[in-house]
Design a protein around this ligand. Structure first.
Ligand SMILES: *Cc1c(COP(=O)(O)O)cnc(C)c1O
Length: 227
């Protein structure tokens, strides 16, 4: 099994190749290391590579890690299903939420975000393939939710996130990402100050880059298969 440092190097090679081939003009691209089901020892090994942006799916597991690592410079992103009874914990402990898909939860996050912290960065999750098993709103609901979020001072609307259904080939993988990029463009044209496309995981990061991803969320390709 490769070390985490080697895996990370391979990921960065894939990213560089994809940028060169498909998105040479694209600006900043952030890589989040997805730490779900990973021990704090593994995360510490990752931090030695200089990685500082981490993403968690589970509120309690994430907060336990945030407290165990106790490194104020780490940037924590919440990428899991948002449950009503966890919103306050999430608002207090994370810098970003990628999976916002309800006005009520937006209001709860806003109310729980401490005045001493910067506004909570949020992305709206779109259920891009309209899968019953997945969270996220339909594209038709996007303007209304974006407008609501803009009225909440403790939230900062950054952009869109999606988890497409798996597809086998590159051209097919690109399609849902292209749709998400088009939705972001529509928001920008309507005057929303959004800049973020959170899309692309271990299996499809090249396709996401080709369609303009600004944040990749990578777990398996960095840590190996989850236990
Ligand atoms: C687990 C997870 C990832 C990372 O997936 P990998 O295939 O392991 O890279 C990214 N985003 C979300 C929302 C996840 O739940």
């Amino acid at each position: 099994m490769n070390s985490i440092a080697t895996n990370l190097q391979l990921v960065h090679q894939r990213i560089e190749n994809a940028r060169k081939n498909f998105a040479p003009e694209q600006g900043a691209l952030q890589v989040l290391a997805v730490t779900k089901n990973q021990s704090t020892d593994k995360i510490k090994e990752l931090l030695e590579t200089g990685t500082w942006a981490l993403a968690e799916n589970y509120a309690q597991e994430g907060i336990a890690k945030i407290q165990a690592l106790a490194l104020p410079d780490l940037e924590w992103h919440f990428i899991g299903h948002l449950q009503g009874n966890k919103t306050a914990l999430i608002a207090q402990n994370f810098s970003w939420v990628h999976t916002l898909s309800s006005g009520l939860i937006a209001k709860n996050l806003n109310d729980a975000r401490s005045p001493g912290l910067p506004a909570l960065n949020v992305c709206i999750q779109i259920n891009i393939d309209q899968e019953p098993s997945k969270s996220g709103i339909d594209a038709q609901q996007l303007t209304a939710l974006a407008t609501l979020i803009m009225s909440l001072p403790r939230l900062r609307l950054r952009g869109l996130m999606a988890i497409p259904a798996p597809r086998q080939n590159f051209e097919e993988q690109r399609k849902p990402f292209r749709q998400l990029a088009q939705l972001l463009l529509n928001l920008q044209r309507s005057g929303f100050p959004v800049d973020t496309l959170s899309m692309g995981m271990s299996q499809d990061l090249e396709a996401a880059i080709a369609e303009g991803a600004t944040i990749l969320r990578i777990g398996t390709a960095i840590f190996g298969e989850r236990v």
